[in-house]
Ligand binder design. Sequence first.
Ligand SMILES: Cc1cc2nc3c(=O)[nH]c(=O)nc-3n(C[C@H](O)[C@H](O)[C@H](O)COP(=O)(O)O)c2cc1C
Length: 341
Amino acid sequence: MTPLHTRFTRAFGLNTPIALAPMALASGGTLAAACVQAGALGLVGGGYAEMPWTQREYQRALDLVPLESRSRLGLGFITWKLDEDASALDWALNLPAEQRPRAVMLSFGDPRPYAPRILDSGARLLCQVQRLSQVEQALQAGAQVIIAQGSEAGGHGANALEGRATFTLVPEMADYLGRQAPQTLLLAAGGVADGRGLAAALALGADGVLVGSRLWASSESLASPGAVAAALAARGDDTARSAVFDILRRKNWPAPYDFRALRNALHRQWERRIDDLRADPQSARADYDAGVSAGDFSRAHSTVGEAVGLIGDAPGAQELVARMTLEARAALVRGSALLVG
Ligand SMILES: Cc1cc2nc3c(=O)[nH]c(=O)nc-3n(C[C@H](O)[C@H](O)[C@H](O)COP(=O)(O)O)c2cc1C
């Protein structure tokens, strides 16, 4: 693969400015290692920070990633879950030096209580934010990388009242960091699923991209094959962001965040009656649980973002990273051709 370099690739020893999003229960060790091997940053999805899952999947990544590529391996956590139990983070930070994550990504909450121990361990701190108003906290925490997440993103993000679109959030964030913290790197997240998106993010002022949905549909992903099959048959119009699946899954997410997934029949049934669902979720939960057991994705959720309309296959992650890089290089060359004559 012909590399594509930015400040981000140089900081982490990458060949392409792509990071695998730490997707809870999907970004396991095998997927993270495949991304590392492809020259990207591989973040194991510590997500909800359950100890056995984190230990097993991070250890799997360590087994697959040779020492010389470990600068490309890290872990991600949901910050408000760490407020309940940070033992998985502490386990990772206290591993022998050559096994410790070199990058720790925190999203959805105040990163400052965890930043000192992350930075003391020698890891770089990446903070995902959804609004300009959250950046100051991340900079106070000492984040070396800010990830600007637009609401196109799959999975959790800011809700309709608080959320921003990637296309405006990223350049505004680039301007802000350029003035306030020019050494801080910026990644764009939300809706980047091919090389056009990567090239666009670089043009908007980002140093790279964080990719979730596109790599969720890959052969190494731990996502359920039925959920991926439902996504492959969907278009970008077919997702929605709401609290429906968090209520159905008994996930107690704090107010500004909700969840983008395929807008299936069960979602449609409840999306205009969220207060009723919250007040009396029992029968809907039974419906949802039955859908999960049966592998019926008209009821079970398939977690993917608006980029689903750009996803038509589920090959290996190495192929996906190489494809995106090649396409981005081609898009940048096409762009520079506009300058001639
Ligand atoms: C299946 C799935 C699970 C996710 N889980 C997490 C998570 O555990 N922690 C987190 O910080 N972000 C999570 N995200 C959001 C990603 O960090 C990222 O912002 C998003 O995937 C980027 O948008 P995209 O899906 O359009 O690429 C998840 C996204 C998906 C699609």
